[in-house]
Design a protein around this ligand. Structure first.
Ligand SMILES: *[C@@H]1O[C@H](CO)[C@@H](O)[C@H](O)[C@H]1NC(C)=O
Ligand SMILES: *[C@@H]1O[C@H](CO)[C@@H](O)[C@H](O)[C@H]1NC(C)=O
Length: 461
């Protein structure tokens, strides 16, 4: 079956701004795919909101069967996120503040573990764990803000979509049983069960005055380092998060830095299909065009703003651009070429999770690490339909592949995006009832322009 462009109605995937769709031929079975997409901060839904904190969420899909639930948890100092049971793996990033995550994993012999987290940390909790979170008690501290990703498809059986919730809270779990069952199970009186079941349920995040016994928060990371003795007492198994700001970046130059981590860098990620990364682009910079052969990227803009340009693969390939700002989520499915650029007056920082379907090595188009350099030059010349000399010129430039200077690139991309959407509006007006074609198909002219641009990008690097 030939892949073809399809149109999904917005109602099928509410709240998302969708930029392109492709049908992927899944072994004779056709299913709708989703191209690169942007989910604005404004379209997050609120899961819980109390005086002590807030939880907002978005759901995204990658078009390859992957579905992800993201939660943005904010806790004021001295708050408690009440215990929940995880239905699925959770990987989280600490955006600000500090606190303690206490958890019990299903294979542990009934001992709690905890991990003290600070800004920049990445950690993972396994499916089946029960956990709760305490924020730092010091009222002058930043709110503890956690960005978490959950698999919304069962990783043990990719055909099974998990229930909407990523976790259940204790009161719901216990309250689900008949009173009689609970009485017998706990060996207590009916009154005790009724007292537990019929009080008003607390919200997800509540104030938590830190009294003497609970946690020696003085020992929290980021305040002072632990003595060896305390270390022994508090961290039996020495659980430690990975911190982006303490790690040495994989790539670093005057245009920015980037760091990616896998289970090799963080033991807690072992057995998980998630990796994580951070990209810090200085002003006027660009992450050179690349694609991920075996990973979908789900990134959150944590500072600044920038332009993302991606190619929707399909027939025909279409380019898509969008401006992303703090709090927005950018999803780039695997194999989709993409580039990020920062503006002249502001940096652009993203933290992201990648869903790995194997060992992934990002492939760059330009520069020293260009994958195109491996291919035969004559074949390349034919592929671009240009003389070999041009291809030689294109691929011989000894520049960085990854993070490069790109003055006014974001500005120009934004300008072009505006022109394009103006063009589309006009086009739609002419062709109102054939919205299927009007909305998504780029005409031949635009395609040629994209090709030209692609070549220019190549020339740039
Ligand atoms: C548990 O979840 C229910 C909804 O399923 C909600 O009403 C209740 O407030 C929650 N409680 C906690 C402690 O999260
Ligand atoms: C990002 O990089 C710039 C330098 O390029 C640096 O000044 C800034 O502190 C970095 N931001 C973070 C959050 O690391």
């Amino acid at each position: 079956m030939k892949p073809k462009a399809v149109v999904l109605k917005g109602a099928m995937l509410p709240l998302l701004l969708l930029w392109c769709f492709v049908a992927v031929d899944g072994g004779g079975e056709e299913f709708p795919g989703v191209g690169p997409l942007l989910v604005r901060k404004e379209s997050r839904r609120t899961v819980a909101s109390t005086a002590s904190g807030e939880i907002t969420a978005v759901d995204v899909r990658d078009g390859y069967g992957g579905a992800y639930h993201l939660q943005f948890i904010t806790m004021a100092p001295s708050s408690l996120f009440l215990p929940v049971l995880l239905h699925t793996d959770m990987v989280f990033y600490v955006q600000s503040g500090s606190g303690r995550v206490t958890y019990v994993e299903e294979d542990e012999n009934h001992e709690t573990e905890h991990i003290d987290v600070v800004r920049g940390d990445i950690y993972r909790l396994e499916k089946g764990s029960m956990f709760y979170v305490q924020s730092h008690p010091d009222p002058t501290r930043d709110n503890l803000r956690i960005h978490a990703i959950f698999n919304a498809v069962d990783t043990d059986n990719t055909k099974v979509e998990l229930p909407a919730a990523a976790y259940s809270n204790i009161s719901d779990l216990v309250g689900g049983f008949e009173d009689k069952v609970l009485q017998m199970a706990f060996g207590v009186s009916e009154e005790t069960i009724l007292a537990i079941k019929w009080v008003e349920k607390p919200p997800a995040i509540i104030p938590f005055p830190h009294t003497s016994k609970t946690v020696s928060f003085g020992a929290l990371r980021g305040i002072r380092s632990l003595t060896a003795e305390e270390e022994k007492l508090t961290n039996k198994k020495k659980t430690k998060a990975f911190n982006f700001f303490e790690a040495k970046p994989d790539v670093e130059n005057c245009n920015g830095w980037s760091t990616a981590l896998s289970h090799k860098d963080l033991k807690a990620l072992k057995g998980s299909n998630f990796g994580a990364f951070m990209v810090n682009l200085s002003r006027s910079s660009m992450m050179g065009p690349y694609w991920n052969p075996k990973a979908t990227e789900i990134a959150i803009v944590i500072q600044g703003r920038g332009m993302v340009e991606a190619v929707c693969i399909g027939e025909p390939s279409e380019e898509t651009r969008f401006k992303a700002k703090e709090g927005d989520v950018v999803v780039v499915p695997r194999l989709h070429p993409v580039t990020q650029t920062s503006y002249n007056d502001e940096g652009f920082i993203l933290v992201g999770f990648n869903n790995l379907v194997g060992k992934n090595r990002p492939q760059f188009f330009g520069g020293k690490r260009s994958v195109l350099r491996i291919l035969d030059r004559e074949v390349m010349a034919m592929a671009f339909n240009v003389p070999t000399a041009i291809v030689e010129g294109l691929l011989s430039a000894r520049v960085e592949s990854t993070i490069l200077a790109c003055t006014s690139c974001a500005e120009e991309l934004e300008g072009r995006m505006k022109d394009q959407s103006k063009g589309e509006e006009e086009h739609e007006e002419e062709d109102d009832d054939d919205e299927e074609r009007a909305a998504w198909k780029v005409d031949e002219e635009a395609r040629r322009e994209a090709e030209r641009e692609m070549r220019m990008l190549g020339m740039l690097v």
